[in-house]
Design a protein around this ligand. Structure first.
Ligand code: C2O
Ligand code: CU
Length: 544
């Protein structure tokens, strides 16, 4: 009864307050949430359906969860249990949700990677994902079924830590979703990828960039016959002078590396993909597809309006995007500043290198860990792209292009005692049998790589050199951790992790187009232990 009353009060309040601000809604900081005294079960219902929306003024069908774009945020505390009942109401397509960065220890079948940890949810059916959140940090969720997240199925996933070592350094927090944005549906864009290589390979061009699902769009660029309204509006973040804000930046792009900044404000980096970093000051921060970075921003300016900026690094495409203004905006509005005016502030001018990450060598862990050695298994992965026999472009890892075995995922093959040595080479399967073994992976040439089921130490990167030339610079003492890291073009990346999470974990390029064209491997970790975990019948029953 009390809950009901509160809800009524809240909705009345929202109704009244939204009238007062006449649709010009500000995003206000979230106060630090009170930690529960014991772990909680957090339940969510995700109704996956298509809805027509116009986030930047251009109307299109968007694949949504509960009709929302961006999707509903998931918020939990360390050690909570999260249960998300996902119901597929798309009508004509399967779906599956991946919880990017959540390690799924003991629940590999809820990782959502179709053809690897399970099958997709057929239309009209549901699956309740049910897993723990032992690791605090900034994460996100997205569809892991045929580039579907590019049509809209993505949102934030925050795991709070009651003992967050940085809690005293900020007063409130914001989630800032950065994304490239396409007006064409994924099915059209996948068609572009299928053009013969002779036509000159290009990735689909984004039409815009969005911050928290908003930005303006120049409708004169929209094709004839489309529905487009100018000045759709920016996301507006409300600051109070003197307060300190943690901004959780999440890049949910199909492809883009995005440079983030706020005019006149320093960014203090404190987190990379759930890992605490020693305060590192910057003006502009690169965040690649799939990555998260937390920054603390101090509202130390006079009450005014400031541009928050995203910029797509157009140099990282095979061919420069057509018709794209790579710069996109939101507004930081100080309480007391003029309402409804665009800022007149100037951008930071710091030049950043193209197509590479935050330099892992200049970032230091807040709490250095003992990085395990010696290395048990050393893998070397060479990334490449070239046409196949049909003259279609494919992306290769060690000369093999990954193909999803949608209806018979590796996890099922393990449970069925399938002879894995007879597996199709296009499964790009690497098996680690020894629990606790230290795995080191050297990846060569150009692409942001994401590992499921783990985060990893970033021991080193090198640009315009071979791994052999750079190997002596590996940092095995104070390396930071991430779950998504960029392999520089004409360069290398070395990561290390411990095989301690029985399951099957994809390791793939987070540029969705490259992933769809085969740029993935899968790591089968401790199959003997995996077999002792019991796969829930409802997860298994999704497979035909
Ligand atoms: Cu964010 Cu395999 O994905
Ligand atoms: Cu790639």
């Amino acid at each position: 009864m009390r809950i009901l009353k509160n809800n009524l009060f809240v909705s009345l309040f929202l109704l009244v307050s939204s009238r007062l601000v006449s649709g010009d809604d500000y995003i206000v900081g979230t106060p630090k949430p009170k930690a529960p005294s014991s772990p909680q079960v957090r339940e969510y219902n995700f109704d996956v359906k298509k809805v027509t929306l116009a986030p930047d003024g251009f109307s299109r069908r968007i694949w949504t969860v509960n009709g929302q774009f961006p999707g509903p945020p998931i918020v939990a505390f360390k050690n909570d249990q999260v249960k998300v009942k996902v119901t597929n109401n798309l009508g004509d397509q399967e779906t599956s949700i991946h919880w990017h960065g959540i390690k799924q220890v003991g629940t590999p079948w809820y990782d959502g990677s179709v053809g690897v940890t399970g099958c997709a949810i057929p239309n009209g059916k549901s699956l309740t994902y049910d897993f723990k959140t032992p690791d605090p940090g900034t994460y996100w969720w997205h569809s892991h079924y045929i580039a579907q997240y590019v049509d809209g199925i993505a949102g934030s996933f925050i795991v709070h830590d009651p003992a967050d070592p940085y809690l005293s350094l900020y007063d409130e927090e914001f989630t800032v979703l950065l994304t490239d944005y396409h007006h064409d549906e994924v099915s059209t864009n996948l068609g572009i990828l299928q053009l013969p290589f002779d036509a000159g390979f290009r990735e689909p061009s984004p039409d815009n960039g969005l911050i928290n699902g908003r930005n303006n769009y120049n409708c004169t660029k929209a094709p004839a016959g489309s529905k487009c309204t100018a000045n759709a509006g920016y996301a507006k973040f409300k600051f109070q002078r003197g307060k300190r804000y943690r901004l959780r930046l999440i890049n949910t792009s199909a492809q883009a590396l995005i440079f983030f900044s706020i005019d006149n404000h320093d960014l203090n980096i404190i987190e990379t993909d759930g890992f605490d970093i020693k305060f590192q000051q910057a003006h502009r921060v690169p965040v690649h597809a799939g990555q998260r970075v937390s920054v603390v921003v101090i509202a130390n300016q006079a009450a005014d309006n400031f541009w928050m900026r995203g910029e797509i690094d157009v140099q990282c495409y095979f061919q420069p995007p057509v018709n794209l203004d790579p710069k996109f905006n939101a507004i930081v509005h100080y309480e007391g500043a003029k309402e409804n005016v665009d800022p007149t502030t100037k951008p930071w001018t710091d030049a950043l290198e193209h197509c590479i990450d935050l330099n892992p060598n200049t970032l230091k862990p807040l709490n250095p860990e003992l990085i395990p050695s010696p290395v048990g298994t050393s893998l070397s992965l060479f990334l490449d792209v070239h046409p196949d026999e049909q003259k279609r472009v494919r992306f290769f890892i060690n000369n093999s292009s990954f193909v999803h075995d949608e209806n018979n995922p590796i996890i099922n093959k393990v449970y069925n005692n399938y002879n894995l040595s007879a597996i199709n080479p296009n499964q790009n399967l690497y098996t680690f049998n020894k629990l606790g073994e230290v795995i080191q992976v050297v990846i060569q040439r150009d692409h942001p790589f994401h590992l499921h089921g783990h985060n990893f130490w970033v021991l080193g990167v090198g640009q315009n050199e071979t791994y052999q030339q750079g190997v002596s610079t590996l940092n095995t003492v104070t390396a930071i951790k991430r779950d998504t890291a960029v392999v520089p073009s004409a360069g290398w990346l070395v990561i290390r992790f411990v095989a301690d999470n029985p399951g099957v974990w994809m390791f793939h390029c987070h540029i969705e187009w490259h992933f769809q064209l085969g740029m993935s491997v899968q790591f089968l970790e401790i199959p003997d232990k995996l077999k002792t975990l019991s796969q829930p019948p409802e997860a298994r029953s999704l497979c035909p």
